[in-house]
Design a protein around this ligand. Structure first.
Ligand code: AMP
Length: 288
């Protein structure tokens, strides 16, 4: 497995594979790879001849410098996990390689990016959209995988590719969880044992919200309040938001009459965690 550090070498490697007739799969990540990331690699592996993974902790999408500094980084461990998963090449540029000068052009995201994560982390999705545009530009026509774990990000990336006519097919992958329900995340590495247990409150809140929706609760406000109360009952957890929204535009419906997406965000021991799941009102065949 090759580890590529330079943009020009990454572009050349992928162009060469395309010239040979190979189709390209691409998985953008920030590293600290876990089974969730590897499920994305499997998803592209099933559709393409070559699997490339990028590992880049993108400063543009971090508002808080201490969050950026604390983000876990371990390229050696990532390389062995990726190699064992059959990844063909890793693109791991330095910050200077990706941003040799402050970018003159950044991608400006619309209303979809202004709520939820966007409202708690101003500028976050412009940073995500900018780096994803650059990574997709460097990788060229490919199948790119993104996880439902970052549900709002997935929606924004789909809109980005459509609105900017980027010749990339987006594949979305379900959330991979620990056996006890905690959504896998690189950030989980920063939790103590007690924090790790407390973090279960997020997936539990989603289960609770889904049960309410499935048993006929039609008020998004009441579903959100029940999820928030569950998060707040855990002393190590500080809830940020807990909502039931339309799965496409992420706006809270007046009442829950069709499938919704439940999304929660909370801080546990100064680590910001997010999770989500689908929920459908009784009788709706799309329950999930
Ligand atoms: P990150 O390294 O956190 O930026 O994530 C890189 C990609 O992996 C994103 O598309 C995430 O949505 C996806 N991802 C992260 N965690 C999971 C998970 N637990 N299950 C599925 N996909 C995930």
């Amino acid at each position: 497995m090759e580890i590529v550090r330079e943009r020009s070498a990454w572009r050349a490697l992928l162009d060469e594979r395309r010239l040979k007739g190979d189709t390209i799969g691409f998985v953008p990540t920030m590293g600290a790879l876990h089974a969730g990331h590897l499920s994305l690699c499997d998803a592209v592996r099933a559709r393409t001849d070559f699997v490339g993974v990028s590992i880049f902790v993108n400063p543009l999408q971090f508002g808080d410098p201490s969050d950026l500094a604390a983000y876990p980084r371990d390229l050696d461990d990532d390389a062995s996990r990726a190699e064992a998963a059959g990844v063909d090449a890793i693109f791991a540029p330095s910050v200077e390689e990706m941003y040799p000068r402050p970018p003159s052009v950044v991608v400006s995201t619309g209303p979809l990016a202004h709520r939820l994560e966007g409202s708690s982390r101003p500028g976050h999705f412009d940073g995500v959209a900018t780096v994803v545009t650059r990574l997709l530009g460097l990788s060229g026509p490919c199948v790119a995988a993104f996880g439902e774990k970052d549900y709002q990000q997935l929606a924004i990336v789909r809109a980005l590719v459509e609105d900017l006519e980027i010749p990339v097919q987006i594949v979305s992958c379900p959330i991979v969880r620990e056996p006890d329900g905690l959504a896998m995340s690189s950030r989980n590495r920063r939790l103590s044992g007690a924090g790790r247990l407390a973090a279960l409150a997020l997936s539990e809140a989603l289960e609770l919200g889904a049960r309410l929706v499935e048993s006929g609760e039609r008020s998004p406000g009441r579903v959100g309040a029940a999820m928030t109360a569950h998060l707040a009952a855990q002393p190590l957890v500080t809830p940020d938001y807990a909502v039931a929204v339309d799965p496409d535009d992420l706006v809270e419906p007046v009442e829950i009459a069709s499938p919704v997406r439940l999304l929660v965000a909370a801080t546990v021991e100064e680590v910001r965690l997010i999770d989500n799941r689908a929920a459908s009102p009784p009788g709706d065949v799309e329950a999930g």
